[in-house]
Ligand binder design. Structure first.
Ligand SMILES: Nc1ncnc2c1ncn2[C@@H]1O[C@H](COP(=O)(O)OP(=O)(O)OP(=O)(O)O)[C@@H](O)[C@H]1O
Ligand SMILES: Cc1ncsc1CCO
Ligand SMILES: [Mg+2]
Length: 280
């Protein structure tokens, strides 16, 4: 019991430290993302204190990517014209030891998307964050899609994906995060759960994409502790959702109040809401 209490306090301390560090250092986060998520992703990063830049062109990668603090790649609206820039940016980050995060949106939608995600994973993402269906699909070695799990929304609960997430972490070397009612984060051995958030967050498109970008910002300021950074970003985003929900009337106003709550988050409020536990 005493040990559990100590662990809870330690997570609260770590989480606030990372929130403060992002606000202080304002890391530059390059996002090559889908057309749906760009606005929410940029606004989430700004309200957290980071500096977003949606720099997509292949022609700009060699000059721009070496200067960023972290990269966020998202295949939500992948095309043959956007993939080469993603590959070039991932390759540079892996060569230059710049942390980068992959969001394998709807990985089982097509073999084109599945193969692209498998190729990107070879460039050693620091963190992979998806919903449960996406992590289960990416973790299996071949494309096995059913109509129910082909879209961007999850048809599985996050706890269904624990073993798949551990396996993907072991085979890729990445920290793997699965969003859901409980957000799961694993390095292939340890599994941590962040229990914050509200179900209505699923009814705002691109909240998953936005939290992946927030993970990139947290990893940018503490790249040697990527698991802690991923858990903290997920918990902070969930707390912002809980605070926003107190003022929201539906998904559209939750979106606005979530961003406002993230921007205004103070130490006492964060610490009284953060709910992180070890799952094994
Ligand atoms: N049932 C739930 N209860 C609380 N929070 C939830 C629940 N489901 C999702 N969330 C939160 O909503 C956010 C988005 O997670 P979700 O799993 O819906 O991502 P996603 O499917 O990748 O979304 P998108 O593709 O629209 O970006 C996360 O912060 C997650 O913690
Ligand atoms: C709806 C949608 N389609 C491709 S990306 C995206 C945003 C949520 O992932
Ligand atoms: Mg998603």
């Amino acid at each position: 019991m005493e040990e559990k209490k100590k662990e809870e306090l330690e997570w609260r301390r770590k989480t606030w430290k990372l929130v403060s560090k992002v606000r202080l250092e304002s890391p530059l986060i390059q996002c090559i993302t889908n057309f749906v998520s760009m606005d929410l992703m940029a606004n989430t990063l700004l309200s957290a204190g980071a500096s977003p830049a949606m720099v997509h062109s292949l022609e700009e990668i060699h000059e721009f990517t070496p200067r960023v603090s972290a990269l966020c790649l998202n295949v939500g609206t992948l095309s043959s014209s956007s993939l080469p820039a993603m590959i070039a940016a991932a390759k540079l980050c892996s060569q230059l030891d710049i942390p980068w995060v992959l969001d394998p949106v709807a990985v089982s939608a097509s073999s084109f998307r599945f193969d692209a995600c498998v190729q990107l994973v070879q460039f050693k993402p620091t963190v992979i964050r998806g919903n449960a269906s996406e992590i289960i699909s990416l973790s299996s070695c071949s494309l096995q899609s059913s109509a129910a799990s082909m879209g961007v929304d999850s048809t599985h609960g996050s706890m269904d994906a624990v073993e798949a997430a551990k396996l993907l972490a072991q085979t890729s070397g990445a920290i793997v995060a699965v969003s859901g009612a409980t957000d799961i984060v694993t390095d292939g051995n340890q599994v941590v759960g962040a229990h914050n958030g509200v179900p209505l967050m699923q009814k705002i498109t691109a909240t998953g994409c936005a939290v992946t970008a927030l993970i990139a910002a947290f990893v940018a300021v503490d790249k040697s502790h990527a698991l802690d950074a991923a858990v903290s970003a997920l918990a902070v985003f969930g707390v912002a959702g809980e605070l926003g929900m107190k003022m929201a009337k539906g998904p559209a106003s939750l979106r606005m109040h979530l961003i406002d709550s993230l921007y205004g988050l103070d130490e006492a409020t964060l610490q009284s809401h953060v709910n992180i536990t070890s799952l094994c």
